[in-house]
Design a protein around this ligand. Structure first.
Ligand SMILES: [Zn+2]
Ligand SMILES: [Zn+2]
Length: 348
């Protein structure tokens, strides 16, 4: 039997923390459940999941549908698309059965690439490798989750670049239905017609649009994500802020707007897994004056989830004297709203 391999290459960078990664998680579960009820897909489709942040990691190797169990997604720092593509190509080399004189190999694999950000590594070599050796023998569909992905770069690896315009749970659900329908249609097409060009389901009535990738895009970062450590449990967490444009006092009538970042939430992350998916230390700074809102610590419930130590580390505090879980220094610390110092922030 010839397999129809389906790869999911999923961005798990910091900006995906919280709702988006949960939606993708639920979406994967739904895809697998639905495909299992489809006789064509059940016969042919094999699924693999690769997650990438600063580094790429196999979450699930190519597995037949009835044995596939959706794993929990990790979160890491950075968006190394180049590393992700290399990891994908290495996996394809290892896992796919090639057609030879003696045997018919796998059908052309379908690759769904989900990303919400701009690559933080150099993608040139990986993209050249992809286009030289892999592009013709694969169907790759790149999906920008929200409008922060560099669709110009995605256009260099895929002729099918789409943007999921809204990221609420209804939009995500209909999007994953579309993914499922596209896999079903392709598995029918390979089984009945022997045609393994991907058959994408219609995108009408869902919040998905085809992107013109010839246009260079200017990416405006929509999130700031801070990496904190709980001063009580020593566990790590991420604090996510979303960008908002605001009126500037006295300048309401003209086009000038100010920028501020409003709290989205704070989420525990496994430090070991997080670090194993980071590429290099973050080097971008943000002025804490533009951050609005302080979360409670998601690990211990302390009132102040974002307190900045002199060492630059972010921790939680009950507002009293706290020992910094990063450097050990003890002191009474100012909350984030107190000063205008710059703090180290995650790479997103
Ligand atoms: Zn805490
Ligand atoms: Zn410190």
């Amino acid at each position: 039997m010839r397999r129809l391999p389906v790869y999911f290459l999923v961005d798990v960078s910091e900006s995906m923390v919280g709702e988006p990664i949960q939606q993708v998680q639920d979406g994967m579960r739904m895809i697998v459940q639905e495909l299992r009820t489809d006789p064509y897909a059940l016969e042919t489709a094999f699924i693999s999941v690769i997650a990438f942040a600063g580094k790429a990691k196999c979450i699930s190797p190519l597995t037949e549908l009835y044995k596939f169990y959706p794993q929990t997604f990790p979160i890491g720092g950075g968006t190394s698309l180049g590393a992700a593509l290399n990891f994908l190509m290495d996996s394809m080399d290892k896992e796919l059965v090639k057609t030879t004189l003696e045997q018919k190999g796998d059908w052309k694999p379908i690759i769904f690439l989900f990303t919400d950000g701009t690559p933080t590594d150099d993608t040139t070599v990986a993209i050249a490798r992809w286009n030289n050796k892999y592009k013709k023998s694969a169907n790759i569909i790149a999906i920008s989750i929200g409008d922060n992905a560099d669709t110009h770069i995605l256009g260099k690896v895929s002729d099918n670049v789409l943007r999921l315009k809204a990221t609420d749970s209804i939009s995500f659900k209909s999007f994953f239905k579309w993914v499922t329908a596209s896999i079903k249609a392709t598995s029918v097409s390979v089984t009945d017609m022997g045609d393994d060009e991907v058959k994408l389901a219609p995108t009408s009535s869902i919040n998905l649009e085809k992107v013109d990738t010839t246009e260079r895009c200017i990416i405006d970062e929509n999130f700031v994500v801070l990496f904190g450590k709980c001063s009580n449990t020593k566990k790590t967490y991420l604090v996510k802020y979303a960008k908002r444009l605001t009126d500037i006092e006295g300048l309401e009538d003209i086009q000038m707007k100010g920028t501020e970042y409003r709290l989205v939430g704070a989420y525990p992350v496994d430090e070991e897994i997080y670090n194993s998916l980071c590429d290099s230390k973050s080097d971008r700074n943000i002025n804490v004056m533009s951050l609005r809102g302080v979360p409670t610590c998601p690990c211990c419930g302390n009132q102040l989830g974002v307190v900045v130590c002199e060492c630059g580390g972010i921790m939680c505090s009950d507002g009293q004297t706290t020992a910094c879980p990063w450097c050990g220094m003890e002191g009474t610390l100012g909350a984030i709203e107190a000063g205008g110092m710059s703090i180290t922030r995650g790479k997103g």
